[in-house]
Design a protein around this ligand. Structure first.
Ligand code: XBP
Ligand code: MG
Length: 235
């Protein structure tokens, strides 16, 4: 019997990556940088998870003439903090709804006594902004564990965040299922031994999901998902 469902956030709970991309570009403009991440470039940059890590990847692998400031880490951290401000404002305005079936799944599972958790690469502020709009002010009461951002040394595709969540839940990997959207996310959850279901989006549709228990376009048909995942939930 599944005791817990562990949710990825970006691309899974909501289709957020366009919001992230636009927020990165706003931060670059605020900083007087002529960098512009269009969708095609962002698709490549999504190979690296974590906004700070993604900025460093862009600088190292896509910029040739950028001379790093002395306090490079602070420079990146500050740029990312500005980006997070723009993102949380955008999300707070209700511009990015939860994906189909997500709100119903969360409430059905919580009502049935299934433990819920979050395992994401994004920041705690971004998670709060998204779920306060999507699930209401008391969203945090629905989740036993909220694993996000820099609390682990290595971000996805490393399994660290999933090991961290399992440890906090006090559950075995076999007691849980994970919901992810990307190849990096799948590698992370499988790396922790967790059976993983995928919902794709326009950035991840062509990823390699070998090892996933099942791949769905989205969870608009919760009955199909519940049957596939062996969840005895009302539909
Ligand atoms: C997706 C990510 C994040 C977001 C940007 O996280 O890799 O880095 O793209 O958010 P997940 P930040 O799919 O694990 O939820 O800038 O806050 O990292
Ligand atoms: Mg994701």
């Amino acid at each position: 019997m599944i005791k817990a469902i562990i949710f990825d956030v970006d691309g899974t709970l909501a289709d957020t990556e366009e919001g992230h991309r636009v927020s990165f570009n706003k931060a670059f403009a605020d900083a007087g940088l002529d960098w512009n991440w269009d969708a095609a470039l962002y698709d490549k940059l999504l190979k690296v998870t974590g906004g700070k890590e993604r900025i460093k990847y862009f600088i190292s692998d896509f910029l040739t003439d950028f001379s790093k400031p002395a306090d490079f880490d602070d420079f990146v951290k500050n740029l990312h903090a500005i980006k997070t401000q723009h993102y949380t404002t955008m999300i707070g305005n209700g511009n990015v709804p939860l994906r189909p079936g997500i709100k119903q799944l969360i409430h059905d599972a919580h009502a049935a006594g299934i433990t819920l958790a979050i395992a994401t690469t994004t920041t705690p502020e971004n998670v709060s902004a998204l779920l306060e709009v999507g699930l209401g002010k008391k969203w945090a009461d629905l989740f036993a564990v909220n694993g996000c951002g820099d609390i682990v040394p290595h971000k996805k595709p490393a399994p660290d965040i999933y090991f961290w969540v399992l440890e906090k839940l006090g559950l075995k990997a076999s007691d849980c299922i994970a919901l992810e959207d990307s190849e990096n996310g799948l590698h992370a959850s499988l790396g922790a031994g967790i059976k993983t279901y995928i919902t794709t989006n326009h950035y991840t549709r062509n990823h390699n999901f070998e090892g996933a228990a099942a791949v769905f376009d989205d969870l608009s048909d919760l009955t199909m998902f519940y049957q596939s995942a062996g969840l005895a939930l009302p539909r």
